[in-house]
Write a protein of this length. Sequence first.
Length: 439
Amino acid sequence: MSFLNETHDPSLESWVASANVADNGFPIQNLPFATFRVAGTNEAFRPGVAIGSQILDLAALATYQPWEGKAGEALAACQSDTLNPLMALTQAHWSALRLALSRALRPGSDLQATLEPLLISQAGAEYALPATIGDYTDFYISLHHATKVGQQFRPDNPLLPNYKWVPIGYHGRASSIGVSGQTFPRPVGQKRPAADAATPGFGPCERLDYELELGVFVGQGNKQGQPITIDQAESHVFGLCILNDWSARDLQAWEYQPLGPFLAKNFATTISPWVVTLEALAPFREPFERPADDPQPLPYLSDDTNRRQGALNIQLDVQLSTAKSRASDTEPTVLSSSNFRDAYWNIAQLVTHHTVTGCNLQPGDLFGTGTLSGPDKGEEGSLLELTQAGKQPLTLNNGEKRGFLEDDDEIIMRAWCAKEGYPRISLGSCAGRVLPAAV
Ligand code: CA
């Protein structure tokens, strides 16, 4: 668990002026990590940390060896083209690096002259995936999503009896995860046979959807056979990003029984480039509570600390831009807004549940939370819910209608933490675009 320390002081400012602009999202209290390079070059991707509108090149800073101890070891791990070596260190290393960076970026720092030439504008950068992702697991932690989707498939029995006991998940496909800006052709596949047909349909997906999720990057892993207990779980989490689990609903409806999602989910998943550490999110912790008449988690999935501060107040929204809206310079349409604190399970519980069998996690493994829908109208994190599976199409800002996604539609997801008296902490944005089917 991360607790508040001097890096969270809301009054801290930076000598990087853009970091002090109200609500810029990347103040000195955030300090998220990505792998980047100058756009349009063949430079190697390398780790950087965001400060205001800039990126501090950590691989370049490492050559100066400005720090000793754990901060120095963590910075040395940034001489890489991925964040995996940094993720493989301990929470104490990440925390020491955060403190050293925070002090170096404050006005009056001795390191200002060293750091200034190592700043690159975010506007002039491009990003790679933050880490090499060995394994990807997608969970299903919104009771509101599970219930609304269940009502469509099983009106009499929307929520299966295991849901309130087991953090449900499936092992997903890591190879097709891309960073924000990802494009992919509309998937093709089998669909349920039409009423009068003897064979399944086949062709481009006609019910393409997104799912609004957060991604959880695993830091230090565990040895096979050695589960991570709930009190240790968060020390194995490096940080959070935004995740779009693109979903082919017609393929899914035909294939999902008996073993769950397969081709409906394996063609693309898009994540935001910036990974915000759990430590940066500490000011936005909230109690993790269950309704009084719901079962409490089994003992292995709960402890006092987790009950006291296991939830996170992270706001999310989804926007859609279309070929027509972009051509006419119409603002993207906001489709929904929701909050991570409404999830039925929390991050520590996912780590502990995933490893309770002895399954080993590795640095850079990624979890998706599952679609983060809220209880109210306008908080649905997928079109499946928002449009009642296409039966109630949405009307966009420019008058277009959407039941599911059309070719050249772009989905933009955003996430941020905000509260009175504290600078806004942004997770950035996650954009992806659907291209016509390749066949
Ligand atoms: Ca999902």
